[in-house]
Write a protein of this length. Structure first.
Length: 187
């Protein structure tokens, strides 16, 4: 009978060991799954650290470029201020070059009985002569007594020429400003 009791106790111990083994297997499978999740989390963390490292290097390079660009902008503002002061000091229109030449003929005095139209024509002729002298030195000048549409045309031509010269200078200056802006922001 002792053998039977010992066999029963042994069977109970085997059943208890079998139950404990099943519980241990469940815990080990959960531990393996956790270990795999931990390994994937570590690899993801490693990738994120690599990306952060490259982003930090890129940020440092951007900071250096920003400093360089800031220095260029400061220099460009200084140059712009200098250009604006030069433009402000520049004359509105180009000054004529005064050349020593033969003395200009003095217009003959008008007769006392001249009408207002004759006086106006003489003044226009004198003005046209002066303008032609400034615009084209050495050109053939109209006689002072000549009056009429040619003098007015000469005056208008001289005014138009000075306006177009001013426009050309302004366009050149604006083009210089645009190219300076493009050069600044191209880098």
């Amino acid at each position: 009978m002792t053998g039977l009791i010992l066999d029963g106790v042994l069977m109970l111990l085997l059943v208890a060991a079998l139950g404990y083994g099943v519980r241990l297997e469940k815990k080990l499978s959960a531990l393996r799954a956790g270990q795999q999740a931990f390994a994937s989390a570590v690899s993801d963390l490693n990738l994120a650290a690599g990306r952060a490292e490259s982003a930090l290097a890129s940020l440092r390079a951007s900071g250096q470029e920003t400093d360089l660009l800031h220095d260029r902008i400061v220099k460009a503002r200084e140059v712009k201020a200098q250009l604006e002061t030069l433009i402000a000091r520049a004359p509105e229109r180009p000054q004529p070059i005064v050349r020593e030449a033969a003395p200009r003929p003095v217009p003959a005095p008008a007769p006392a009985a001249a009408t207002a139209d004759d006086e106006r024509a003489l003044r226009m002729a004198a003005l046209a002569e002066r303008i032609q002298g400034m615009a084209a030195p050495g050109a053939v000048r109209a006689p002072a007594a000549a009056a009429g549409g040619n003098n007015v045309a000469a005056i208008l031509g001289a005014l138009t020429a000075s306006r177009s010269a001013n426009q050309a200078a302004k366009q050149s200056l604006n083009q210089g400003r645009r190219s300076l802006d493009e050069d600044l922001f191209a880098a």
